[in-house]
Each structure stands twice: as C-alpha cells, then as structure tokens.
Design a protein around this ligand. Structure first.
Ligand code: SF4
Length: 344
C-alpha cells in the first residue's frame, strides 16, 4: 500500500498525465466566537487535512453530503476564502503562498461556476456586462473588443447574441447557468471549479448543461473539479471521483472502480442511496445509515465515520485510518477495507 504523496510523485513522472493541480494537507477551520468579547471558543473543521490532485484535461468529481466540506474545498483552492493550512500547487506554483497581486494574474486561468444561477448574477447588470466583468477587471481588450467577445462566447454556450442587452431575470434557470459558464469561459481558463453547477436545475436542463460542459471541455481542453452531491450527475461527467465525509477524504477512485468496487463503508452507503431510474425495480441493497452526521466542530475521535459504521471495531474509535492506495489509483481511508471488498 502506498501513501497518496507517493502516487502524486509517480503521476508527475507520467508526461501524458500531467498533474495540473495538486492539493496537499489543505485545512480550513472557521472560528466559533462566543461571549461579549467574541472570544474564539472552538473551531469548525470544515476541511481537515485534504490531499488530492487533478490531471490536466480530466474531470475530478467531489461528492459527499451537505456540510462535508466539498464547497469549502473548492473555494479555498481558488482562495475565495483563505485556508488555515496546506498548499495548492497549480502548474508547480503554490497558489496559497502567492501575494494577492500575483494571485490575480492566475485568476484568469482558474474560474468557478456557481451553484445558484439566480443568486450568482447581479440582477442590475446587463448580460454583456456580466460576461465581460472579468475581462474588464483583468484589463483585457477595449470596450468594443470585449463586446464582440461576449457575443462570440454567448454563441459558444448556446445563447443568442441578440440577448446581449437583457437582464438576468429575462432568462430561464438553464439560460442563466449558460451565462455563468460564458462568464467563466471567456477568461480562457485551464481549470474550472463547478460548484453544484447543475443542482438547482430541472433534470432535463441538467442533462443539457452537462453535455455543454462536456463539449466545452473537449473544445478548450479544460480541466474540471466538479463538486456535487448527486452521484448520478458526478458519474455522468467525472473520470475519477473523490468522496468526502465530515471534512476528510474517505475514498478516491476512477468512476468505474468506485461504482463497481467501493471500499469504504460510507461510499457503499452513498451508492446504495442512489436512485435507480426504473421505479419498477425494488432496491434490495439499500443501506440506511444510523444517526446524524456529527458536528465538524466536534468530530469523533479515530475514524470520523465510526459512530455510523456497521463494520466499526474498537480500533476505529481510537486510530484515524490514513488514506492509502490499496489498488492502482484506488485510495481508501478505512482499517477494514478488505472486509468491505468481500461484501461487494
Ligand atoms: Fe468503519 Fe472502521 Fe472503516 Fe471507519 S475505519 S469506515 S469505522 S470500518
């Protein structure tokens, strides 16, 4: 079994699978303030020692329940919120160690598509100004050139350039998300963090947006970090999948491996809760987890999943299992993954 760092180094050696982004020991703790003097009385460990990497041109899915830290991970990588500790190397440069000024130069290459197509667009701005906002901030092109680029990118995301002077409220949810995609794409990025990018959309519109993201990835050689709680969505678009639970990574594998041979009990439970498209098929392998997700302000000792795990043994509440490679490109953080494998 090899530690994650070893594989990261191995991966760098493969020139055809260049690592574009490498996250190491990332932590984001939020202070809990109390009392008249607002003293810090504790910490919410939203992201707690998370390490993974993304190869150039791939889509890495990041899944987990609400509150597991996946959105905080995405935002911390782009420094939309500052991390507590760790490093994020992009093309070999540590983004977290950069001055804000230097980081601004990288912002064009690292873009984000937000979850809420209603809340993420300023209702008082016209579409042409929303999409060109990043170009203007980065001093790219003059007014006329930016206007022409906006129309070009509207077409690329399937919007008519005739709508360039409209306001966000004049568009449907799917169209608004296309505006959000155009706003990211126009910056000519290499990596896009898609934060629950289709969660707020109807299922039929979700499929259209996923297909659009797929097409744009091929056309522009994009790399995606795709954050979602819906396993079917992640399965559709991802090459590899990272599963998070309570601020920690519990499993990383290719999507085929993860769906066919989950080695962490939490992943197994998540998969068993995934709806089957045919309502006439009765699901017999459904695992109902007992209890609620513990608070990230006071996570359980040892394995964080142990209060809800049906395989838990005394060691699980004492020792935290490290994330190790147990099959090629398949990592799991569980003391008893072999037992899990026998149950698959
Ligand atoms: Fe369950 Fe123990 Fe594995 Fe944690 S380490 S997932 S408690 S078996």
């Amino acid at each position: 079994m090899r530690k994650l760092e070893k594989l990261q180094n191995d991966s760098k050696a493969k020139t055809d699978e260049k690592v574009l982004l490498e996250v190491k020991n990332l932590k984001k703790y939020f202070p809990i303030k109390a009392g008249v003097f607002k003293r810090t009385v504790g910490w919410v460990k939203a992201v707690d020692d998370v390490s993974f990497f993304i190869r150039k041109g791939e889509t890495l899915g990041l899944v987990g329940e609400s509150g597991c830290g996946k959105t905080t991970t995405g935002r911390t990588i782009l420094r939309l919120i500052e991390p507590t500790a760790g490093s994020v190397h992009y093309n070999g440069e540590d983004l977290l160690a950069m001055s804000k000024r230097k980081m601004n130069k990288y912002r064009t290459k690292l873009q984000m598509i937000f979850q809420d197509p209603y809340g993420s667009l300023d209702p008082r701005m016209r579409v042409k100004d929303i999409i060109a906002e990043g170009l203007k901030a980065a001093h790219i092109g003059n007014r006329k050139e930016r206007y022409e680029m906006v129309k070009e990118y509207m077409e690329k995301v399937g919007l008519s350039p005739l709508y360039v002077n409209r306001f966000p409220h004049e568009f449907s949810g799917g169209q608004r998300q296309r505006i959000g995609i155009a706003r990211a794409l126009i910056m000519n990025p290499e990596l896009i963090v898609c934060d629950e990018a289709v969660s707020a959309l109807d299922v039929s519109i979700q499929a259209q947006i996923l297909n659009l993201l797929d097409d744009l990835q091929k056309e522009f050689n994009l790399t995606y970090l795709f954050i979602a709680h819906d396993l079917n969505v992640v399965k559709h678009i991802s090459d590899r999948i990272v599963v998070m639970y309570l601020g920690k990574i519990v499993e990383i594998a290719s999507k085929h491996e993860l769906f066919n041979n989950p080695l962490h009990p939490y992943t197994k439970a998540l998969l068993s809760a995934n709806p089957i498209p045919d309502p006439t098929i009765e699901r017999k392998d459904r695992i109902i987890l007992q209890g609620d997700v513990p608070s990230p302000a006071n996570p359980p000792k040892g394995c964080r999943f142990h209060p809800r795990c049906w395989l838990a043994k005394p060691v699980c509440s004492e020792e935290e299992p490290p994330l190790v490679e147990v099959r090629p490109d398949h990592y799991v953080a569980c003391h008893f993954w072999e037992e899990m494998e026998k149950q698959n």
